[in-house]
Design a protein around this ligand. Structure first.
Ligand code: GTP
Length: 924
């Protein structure tokens, strides 16, 4: 009956694979796997073979040694992960040569192999070579089966290997121990190829074959918090062993150890088990066992002092190998950061950071946020260089490339200049622009005052010019306050009959601050009796010296009514533009500024924007402030029905498609992805919401003036916007305010005009952190709402001196308080007492006035002031006293001074801060 190989192997207590090999050697073909069936004859043959191996093994081994049949290393079984030395399947040239060299020894080895009592040639050298050189041909030459013999006594080996660890069925452990223990005849089938190796017991031979399979103990491979340590420790031990070996101190490895194998008990097996490199790779328990055994063996055998078993027993020091991230000298951190982030970035234990914080009185946790000061403190304590980076917002991440993109010079082309008309109210800005673009807007304006920003592009001699008309200069100011400077050239409109007015001066300062060239349009020259020289004079005193007076400012005389000088004005503007060579790159996604936006019935949000660089197209994804969307349509700013598909640089255009109205002065950018635009808009909206929740931006008020500006060292400035019923009131108030001029506090009247407080005033006050004063006027509803919304203070007055009185009081609060010394009294030191760990106590009598606990004293000795110290303790009859009056005795301990002597005079005083009045300040 057919018998499967694995069942016969089981019966014979053999490994199936081994039986397969034996079949091959016995010439039983076609039995390549454990599932192969055996005929009765084959079973008999095999059984006989195992019962009487002698006659068959010789010839077989002779053949098998030089020409191994098994081409590759069999796969081992076992649960434990194995680090094994590579065993190439094909023989390599170098070892083939070696094999030939050792062939001569084969016959002798064969003789030895036949004799089961004799220790055959130690085969471990071959695997060792494989291990070290990475070659594996000898694995083909020497099969383990070939060396099975009675000397290969089984049993547990204190090494990592199949004997102790492998599960049932491991073909390497079973035949070694199992067969020998059960008294089966040993097989000596192959000659030993390496004859020069000293003869060892068969146990050694067997173990040496196993050597290339380097199995690590579980703890060496166990993941988790100890991950890495055991392996490192093993490697370290390995190096220790090699070092010691080089020094000739620990010749402990079995192959080098010349101690004869006893072949008895665990020690014998232990000695023969590992190869020379195995020892350092043992697992913790196994190694300890082995080392103990070696130690006792050495003691028994009278080992010399060279033997230091404790060396190999030495446990890896926990501090020897750090698994923490290497400590860095320079750390880049993004604020705010947590203790954990700092720890990870710097490679410093978090506990160390927490300890430092604790020493500073800060009880923190791993996830606690630390501010920049604490970060720097920790870094200083740890000696780490820290570079702090501001947190990168979503916006920064997404817009960085767009915003920071620098256009190549070759990509730039000339663009039209953007001209803004600035000037005092009613000086003719709108009329001039109307005349230039030949439409009549001014007559349609409510009250004749420009209510909205208007922006147009015109063509003059084939050259485009873009104009932005603002209601006064507030929008200009606000846009500039938001960093949105859309203007290339400012045209300052000055009425010839009025001359330079407060708003004119403001406009000049705004244009200067924006660093844009100024062209003056001296308007209303058609009016009779105007004194142009007076206006020129006014301009000169404000730093604008006309070119006809030898200065560098072009002053063009114009009349919006007659149209005189308008061509000259445009020519001048174009010349200035040419000089400045304004350029842009039309071949990039558009970016620019929103001038204004509003909700329109039927069209949704309509935003007036000006493209400053790139080209804007219908369908572009756009984000502007906390609004975003996709451009649905673009319309001309002058002809609403005129639509555009795309607009280039310096072009103002009305667009639809925003989800909500963006704020005036907000920058817009074109993005690739609508999701990115939404992310940015939402992040901004959230940020705005937080600002609103936190009370919003707080502007200055007369009440908070002192608090806001206290501590600042520079000259303080109070910005005011004045609205009055009549011009006469304005002049009277200006005169009164002029009297409050002071070197430490300046009053700056940003705007003084007739009429009620408007939204424009509030906007200007918001942008310039000013207080609005309304004299005999009130703020309209919109202005009031806006002022409330933006936290701008609007104060109403009906009496001029009340204005100056309030402002004076606010300014006095602004003035730095004066420090004055107030003499308290004098005391004579009559006696001194030295108290250890306390210091010197001066027993005094108060000669005049009082001595106060919170005061200071000057120490006078021989009419000379020798020191000035605060009083630490003041006692009267052993109890603490706040003050001690004249004639009484007291004990005084000075803070920081103990060298008090009898006869010293204490002059007590205290420092008081005295708020100065305006007049006193002026007097001083
Ligand atoms: N005679 C004369 N009147 C002018 C001239 N320019 C403007 N005006 C008149 O001055 C008044 C104010 O003109 P606007 O163009 O509204 O002045 P503005 O500077 O734009 O005023 P706001 O829009 O309030 O800033 C209007 O009645 C114009 O008709 C001019 O050159 N000559």
């Amino acid at each position: 009956m057919a018998v499967r190989i694995y069942s016969l192997a089981k019966e014979l207590k053999l490994d199936s694979k081994e039986l397969v090999d034996v079949c091959a050697r016995l010439g039983i073909r076609g039995k390549g796997s454990a599932l192969a069936s055996l005929t009765d004859e084959e079973v008999t043959k095999l059984t006989e073979h195992f019962q009487n191996p002698g006659p068959q093994s010789g010839p077989q081994s002779k053949q098998s040694a030089p020409a191994p049949e098994r081409p590759k290393e069999p796969v081992r079984e076992g649960k434990m992960p194995v680090l094994s030395t590579p065993r190439p399947a094909s023989p390599l040239a170098g070892l083939r040569k070696k094999r030939l060299e050792t062939a001569a020894a084969a016959a002798a080895a064969e003789e030895q192999a036949v004799d089961p009592s004799d220790s055959h040639v130690e085969p471990a050298a071959a695997p060792m070579e494989m291990s070290e050189e990475g070659h594996g041909p000898l694995a083909n030459v020497m099969r383990r089966d070939d060396y099975i013999g009675p000397g290969n006594v089984g049993g547990k080996l204190p090494t990592i290997g199949p004997s102790g660890k492998e599960k049932e069925g491991s073909r390497e452990s079973k035949p070694m121990g199992g067969t020998a223990q059960r008294g089966r005849p040993a097989l000596k089938l192959a000659p030993i190829p390496i004859a020069e190796t000293p003869a060892k017991s068969s146990t050694k031979k067997e173990e040496a074959i196993q050597k290339p399979d380097l199995r690590l103990p579980a703890e060496a491979l166990r993941p988790g918090k100890t991950s890495g340590k055991p392996l490192t420790a093993h490697l370290k031990r390995h190096e220790d062993t090699l070092d010691a070996k080089r020094k000739g101190k620990t010749p402990l490895t079995p192959l080098e150890d010349d101690t004869p194998a006893t072949g008895k008990g665990r020690r014998g097996k232990g000695k023969g088990s590992p190869g020379k490199d195995d020892a350092p790779i043992l697992g913790g328990r196994e190694q300890r066992q082995l080392s103990r055994q070696r130690h006792s063996l050495k003691e028994r055998e009278g080992a010399s002092d060279e033997y230091r078993p404790r060396r190999s027993l030495r446990r890896p020091r926990r501090t020897g190998v750090s698994t923490a991230a290497p400590r860095k000298d320079k750390v880049v951190l993004q604020l705010p950061c947590t203790v954990r982030e700092f720890s990870e970035a710097a490679g410093v234990p978090a506990s160390q950071i927490l300890r430092i914080l604790m020493e500073e009185g800060v009880m923190a946790t791993m996830n606690a946020l630390i501010d920049d000061d604490l970060t720097e403190l920790i870094a200083a304590e740890l000696g780490v260089n820290v570079e702090l980076k501001e947190a990168v917002s979503v916006e920064d991440e997404l817009l960085a490339n767009i915003r920071d993109r620098q256009d190549d010079e070759s990509e730039l082309v000339p663009r039209p200049p953007v001209i803004t008309f600035l000037g005092h109210v009613d000086h003719g800005k709108t009329s001039l622009l109307d005349r230039i673009i030949e439409i009549d807007v001014v007559s349609g304006e409510s009250g004749g005052i420009t209510q909205h920003i208007r922006a147009y592009t015109i063509e003059k001699d084939g050259k485009k010019i873009s104009f932005v008309d603002t209601p006064g200069h507030e929008a200009f100011t606000e846009m500039r306050a938001r960093g949105a400077n859309v203007t290339d050239i400012a045209v300052l409109v000055v009425a010839a009959d009025d001359g330079v007015m407060p708003q004119t001066e403001e406009a000049i300062s705004h244009a200067r601050a924006a660093e844009v060239p100024i062209v003056v349009a001296l308007n209303k020259t058609d009016l009779p009796g105007v004194d142009l020289n007076r206006v020129m004079q006014g301009l000169s005193t404000n730093g604008l010296l006309p070119s006809e007076w030898g200065g560098d400012v072009e002053v063009v005389k114009t009349s919006a009514i007659t149209g005189d000088g308008l061509d000259t004005l445009l020519d001048t503007v174009l010349t200035v533009a040419e000089l400045h060579e304004y350029k842009a790159n039309p071949n990039r996604p558009a970016m620019g500024t929103c001038l204004e936006a509003q909700q329109e019935a039927g069209r949704g949000v309509v935003a007036k924007i000006i493209v400053q660089n790139g080209t804007l197209r219908v369908g572009d994804v756009i984000v502007c402030g906390d609004a975003y969307g996709r451009i649905k349509a673009m319309y001309d700013t002058l002809i609403p029905e005129q639509r555009y598909e795309e607009v280039g640089p310096s072009t103002p255009v009305n667009v639809t498609g925003f989800d909500m109205a963006p704020g005036a002065g907000e920058h817009f950018y074109v993005l690739d992805d609508i999701a990115d635009a939404r992310t940015i808009a939402e992040a901004r909206a959230e940020s705005n919401r937080k600002v609103t929740l936190s009370g919003g931006a707080q502007h200055v008020t007369l009440e908070t003036l002192f608090d806001r500006l206290e501590g600042a060292n520079e000259v303080q400035t109070l910005n005011l916007i004045l609205r009055a019923d009549v011009r006469g009131s304005i002049e009277a108030i200006q005169k009164e305010l002029g009297k409050l001029d002071h070197p430490e506090v300046k009053i700056k009247l940003l705007q003084a005009s007739v009429g009620g407080v408007t939204e424009a005033d509030v906007t200007l006050a918001d942008a310039s952190d000013a207080i609005i004063i309304g004299f005999n006027v009130i703020a309209d509803e919109n202005a009031r709402n806006l002022a409330e919304q933006r936290g701008v203070q609007v104060r109403r007055y009906e009496i001029i001196y009340k204005i100056t009185e309030d402002i004076k009081a606010a300014l006095e609060g602004l003035l730095k308080p004066e420090e004055r010394e107030v003499d308290l009294g004098r005391a004579l030191v009559q006696q001194t007492y030295k108290i250890s760990r306390v210091g010197t106590i001066a027993g005094c009598r108060v000669l005049s006035g009082t001595i106060a606990r919170n005061g200071r004293v000057r120490i006078i000795r021989d009419n000379t002031i020798i020191g000035d110290y605060p009083i630490d303790t003041l006692k009267r009859e052993k109890s603490d006293a706040k003050e001690v009056r004249e004639g009484l005795e007291c004990g005084i301990k000075l803070a920081g001074y103990n060298d008090v002597k009898e006869g010293d005079l204490f002059e007590a005083y205290k420092v008081e801060e005295v708020g100065r009045t305006f007049e006193e300040s002026l007097d001083s």
